[in-house]
Design a binder for this molecule. Structure first.
Ligand SMILES: Cc1cc2nc3c(=O)[nH]c(=O)nc-3n(C[C@H](O)[C@H](O)[C@H](O)COP(=O)(O)OP(=O)(O)OC[C@H]3O[C@@H](n4cnc5c(N)ncnc54)[C@H](O)[C@@H]3O)c2cc1C
Length: 429
């Protein structure tokens, strides 16, 4: 699908451009239809709004336009001893897009999603321009953060960074032979490590179900070296995927062999590593999506809250294994609580799966997975989704009514509207 695109170069142009139907767009890195404009709407792209307005190296507060990418923030922040307080698995997203998805990272169980670090955001809504924060126009703030662009266009925001002493992480990689062992390791190391994430072999069955590699990390402290040297940081070299992998590769034996090799040969034990390898492994492979061949893949990310988080995740893995819905990349994380109006994470677990797309059969199996997740009071992450049925969405997100009431106060005529909002029938009362 193609849509007309406009990109304001200065925030002064926003008022005129937001008078006609549109949808805000950042770097277009959301996997589903959250960043696709609704019928007869244009994409209003933030990429030319890429200026830093201020950065205080003492407090770590950065004020930037919405099109500034997390990569650009890291380039100025790391050498000065600051890091993103929460980061998704790619740094090539815009600040506005990260806010609109209320992104979470590998430290969600410690500090929650990005919402807690946004001091204020300026939003051009159809009802007027507002500077909102947890204190001022708090309803707009809580509906805009994690609001998928439906309240209006975020033009700039203030973000509080976190201090670091070095550009390195102290990491520990541990192997778990099955799901119970993995849950045990996660709960044992939850308190001691800020970051934790587990890669799972979703093709393993029986006693090996849920086997995986747990990766833990803490920002490394200085060890006697000069701070300026310890904060030196250069972008990692990138490899590229030259062409779409032939479909014949994406069969079960091939995926199984990849998983077995990763499980068997992954580095284990304690290491000191650069930030990019731990936080952004996919950013080092240009066009990594071509690995899924021309039919591509669907990302499915669900969260299941405690006390049924572990049982729910076990049931999801059994379903994947029985239905042979093997995923290339499967990532399990612990979650804390989101407090925005449309929260994705609740204290429990989240699992993200890259599932090769095989047409209707994949869609049917994922509908079955939706029902299973819903049965455990879980929900699907909207920024990664393009297929959740409207009724299932309403059952998963009982808060959506209150959120849309607020969205309607600022955007009564659906002037900003997305394909996602149409598919999920968000404007239906
Ligand atoms: C490799 C990879 C790893 C990822 N890992 C994670 C992860 O660990 N955790 C996580 O939470 N997410 C993750 N994501 C998802 C990604 O962080 C989000 O989809 C993010 O919103 C993308 O930002 P963007 O700038 O590309 O926004 P887009 O994809 O362009 O837009 C996303 C949404 O934000 C809205 N939006 C964009 N700009 C604005 C604006 N200026 N004002 C108002 N609304 C706006 C859009 O309308 C849309 O609804 C990952 C994505 C990739 C590709």
């Amino acid at each position: 699908m193609t849509a007309e695109q406009t990109a304001p170069a200065v925030s002064g142009e926003i008022a005129a451009l937001t008078a006609k139907p549109y949808l805000p767009r950042g770097q277009g890195r959301s996997y589903g239809d959250a960043a696709l404009p609704a019928a007869d709407h244009r994409s209003l792209n933030s990429y030319r709004l890429d200026r830093f307005l201020s950065f205080n190296p003492l407090s770590g507060v950065v004020d930037a336009e919405a099109g500034v990418t997390l990569h650009a923030i890291l380039r100025i922040a790391i050498p000065r001893g600051w890091f993103l307080p929460v980061t998704p698995g790619t740094m090539f997203v815009s600040l506005g897009g990260a806010i609109a998805s209320n992104v979470h990272g590998k430290n969600h169980h410690h500090c929650g999603s990005l919402e807690h670090f946004i001091l204020e955001a300026e939003v051009a809504t159809p009802a007027g321009h507002f500077v909102c924060s947890p204190q001022a126009h708090a309803d707009l703030f809580r509906a805009t953060v994690g609001g998928y662009g439906l309240t209006g266009f975020i033009t700039r925001a203030k973000l509080r960074l976190k201090p670091i002493e070095t550009a390195r992480l102290d990491c520990l990689r541990l192997r778990a032979s099955g799901l119970d062992a993995l849950f045990g390791l996660l709960s044992r190391h939850d308190a001691g490590y800020e970051y934790s994430v587990a890669w799972l072999d979703t093709l393993a069955r029986g006693r090996k179900l849920g086997r995986g590699i747990l990766m833990l990390g803490n920002h490394a402290p200085l060890r006697g070296e000069e701070k300026s040297a310890a904060l030196e940081h250069a972008d990692a070299r990138k490899l590229g995927v030259p062409f779409a992998l032939p479909r014949a590769f994406l069969n079960r034996p091939f995926l199984s062999a990849c998983n077995r090799a990763f499980y068997g040969f992954s580095r284990r034990g304690a290491t000191r590593e650069g930030l990019e390898g731990f936080f952004y492994p996919l950013d080092r492979i240009r066009a990594w999506n071509l690995l899924y061949g021309k039919p591509g893949f669907l990302q499915y990310q669900c969260a299941i809250p405690d006390p049924r988080g572990e049982a729910g995740m076990a049931a999801v893995l059994v379903y994947l294994s029985e239905k042979r819905l093997g995923a290339f990349l499967s990532v399990l994380k612990r979650c804390g609580e989101d407090t925005v109006m449309l929260p994705f994470c609740k204290r429990g677990y989240t699992l993200a799966l890259d599932i090769p797309f095989r047409g209707e059969v994949t869609l049917r199996l994922l509908r079955g997975l939706d029902e299973l997740v819903l049965g455990y009071a879980g929900r699907v992450y909207l920024t990664k989704d393009a297929r959740l049925p409207a009724e299932t969405f309403r059952a998963m997100y009982p808060e959506s009514g209150e959120w849309m009431d607020t969205v309607r106060r600022y955007n009564p005529e659906a002037l900003c509207n997305s394909r996602m909002a149409e598919r999920l029938e968000l404007w239906r009362r």
